[in-house]
Design a protein around this ligand. Structure first.
Ligand SMILES: C[S@@+](CC[C@H](N)C(=O)[O-])C[C@H]1O[C@@H](n2cnc3c(N)ncnc32)[C@H](O)[C@@H]1O
Length: 247
């Protein structure tokens, strides 16, 4: 099947680039599925929040031609600028350092779309986060989020095979579709457009974990994630997308 992601990684140099920049399930693949549920036009201004090394930013700029503010906490803007130059998207992607929990340095109503892949769960699990982000998106614009999740809330009953991988931070960040739905349904400034399990979950995880080889960054995370995905064996984990319109 033709997808931008398939096309991109069919080139050996791009594949090497993608494998070196994946920080979780293939963000380009996940971004492509999330974006397919949106009507993205070339003249839009997009905030890619928690962009990491920018695989989702590449998808947005190259597939849709949009201008992207590529905002992240852990990855420095200089590193992303160099990466964007190397891939030829530095005219479309502005790397910027932000901590979403400390407020964003943008004008109200600045973005047509706030887009975030495999990052929102780190900072978006509070009742305050969504209302703090909404003002940056113009009325009629969209907020689109893809996060790793679980098929149901474990609560106190963490399945035995998941216990080695379950700690307070995971319990804080990894939730079910119903949990996210309940959190977002409290917010009056949006209309919920879509919430669903994503189709690309297994493929995006496989592309990250099987593409890994020693020498790439994030070695410890990959080793631990490989054990975790073997243990869960398709039973518990999913990827969840949420799309809301700002009203
Ligand atoms: C697992 S990485 C995923 C990165 C990228 N989206 C991807 O899928 O490859 C999670 C990202 O969330 C970002 N992040 C975590 N907390 C954040 C915060 N408070 N504000 C902005 N970004 C944050 C980190 O900087 C990190 O790059």
């Amino acid at each position: 099947m033709y997808t931008f992601t398939n096309q991109f990684i069919s080139n050996d140099k791009n594949l090497e680039f993608a494998e070196a920049t994946m920080m979780g399930p293939n963000a380009m693949r996940v971004a492509e599925e999330l974006a397919s549920h949106l009507n993205i036009k070339e003249n839009m201004r997009v905030l890619d929040l928690g962009c990491g090394c920018g695989l989702s930013t590449i998808l947005l700029t190259q597939k849709y031609g949009v201008s992207v503010f590529a905002a992240d906490l852990w990855i420095s803007p200089t590193e992303n600028y160099e990466r964007f130059q190397s891939i030829g998207i530095d005219d479309k992607a502005v790397p910027i350092s932000v901590d979403a929990t400390k407020g964003l340095p943008f004008a109200n109503g600045y973005f047509d779309l706030l887009f975030t892949v495999d990052a929102y769960h780190y900072f978006g699990d509070t009742a305050e986060m969504l209302p703090s982000l909404i003002p940056f998106v113009k009325k009629g614009g969209y907020i689109a989020v893809a996060v790793p999740g679980i098929k149901y809330e474990f609560g106190e009953n963490v399945p035995d095979e998941m216990k080695p991988f379950w700690n307070d931070e995971v319990a804080r960040t990894i939730h079910s579709l119903d949990w996210w739905k309940e959190l977002w349904s409290r917010e009056k400034g949006i209309e919920m457009i879509d919430i669903r399990e994503m189709l690309c979950c297994k493929q995006a995880w496989d592309e990250w974990l099987t593409g890994y080889h020693p020498g790439l960054p994030f070695a410890t995370v990959v080793a631990e994630s490989t054990k975790m995905m073997e243990a869960e064996n398709g039973k518990y984990y999913n990827l969840i997308q949420l799309i809301a319109k700002v009203i």
